[in-house]
Design a protein around this ligand. Structure first.
Ligand SMILES: Cc1ncsc1CCOP(=O)(O)O
Ligand SMILES: C=C1C=NC(C(F)(F)F)=NC1=N
Length: 221
């Protein structure tokens, strides 16, 4: 179980993927990304052709093992039952209905709870619901999530900080090596991304470049 006192560091370079996000074997992509220096991984199996049931559980268990070997937190998107069944380090849920409070009761105080937030009020609600971190976005246009909300940009993170929201925040949506620094400059503790790594020719190299960008941006703050 990840120590809750260094969630901000753990979220510096937060890779998210499901089998739908790459043409390669996801295990290989994750292995490369871990070698490149990602600090957290979220298994997000979503959309047409995604794994379900036992296949999904087996995939989750093998990916979790890869993360465990590197002492990297393994988070499950949405599927709380799966997260509990395999003893994941955390779950990430959307803001819809009062899901976050319910999920916190289901997972207990130890597991990490991540909540998506698109506005200051959603961020405050997530905080009250017991979230350990919030994912704010989309930072930039993205084609990875078809139902993504309007682009809010790193400015949204800055306004959350000005509203004294000091929960760990990761920016998400359309993040690449070219704009990662802006997201950190906006006040994020880390960046989370899918396609920049899942579709990279060399996921290891890409992760290393992104990690360096984040360190550089954090030193400039
Ligand atoms: C899951 C999610 N939530 C907001 S945007 C997004 C997709 C991010 O994918 P990418 O990093 O490829 O833009
Ligand atoms: C929709 C999402 C929004 N944010 C995040 C995270 F980056 F983890 F915070 N994960 C998601 N699946």
């Amino acid at each position: 179980m990840i120590a809750k006192n260094n969630v901000k560091d753990a979220l510096s370079l937060y890779f998210i993927s499901g089998t739908q996000d790459t043409d390669r074997d996801l295990h290989t992509v994750l292995e490369d990304a871990l070698a490149g220096g990602i600090t957290a991984f979220q298994y997000r199996e979503k959309g047409a052709g995604s794994l379900t049931g036992k296949d999904k559980e087996q995939m989750a268990r093998t990916l979790q093992k890869q993360c465990r070997q590197q002492n990297i937190p393994f988070i499950v998107n949405d599927d709380v039952d799966l997260a509990l069944a395999i003893g994941a380090d955390g779950v990430h849920v959307g803001q819809e209905d009062s899901r976050a409070e319910e999920v916190r009761l289901q997972i207990g105080p130890e597991m990490l709870l991540g909540v998506s937030a698109h506005t200051i009020s959603e961020a405050e609600h997530a905080l009250q619901s017991g979230a350990d971190y919030i994912g704010v976005g989309p930072m930039y246009p993205t084609s990875t999530k078809s139902d993504a909300k309007d682009v809010c940009g790193p400015e949204m993170i800055a306004s959350m900080r000005n509203a004294n929201i000091d929960l760990p925040i990761v920016g998400i949506g359309g993040i690449s090596a070219e704009n990662a620094q802006e997201v950190i400059a906006g006040g994020a503790d880390g960046i989370s991304l899918i396609s920049a790594i899942s579709t990279a020719n060399d996921p290891r190299e890409k992760a290393a470049v992104l990690f360096h960008q984040i360190l550089t941006a954090k030193q400039k703050r």
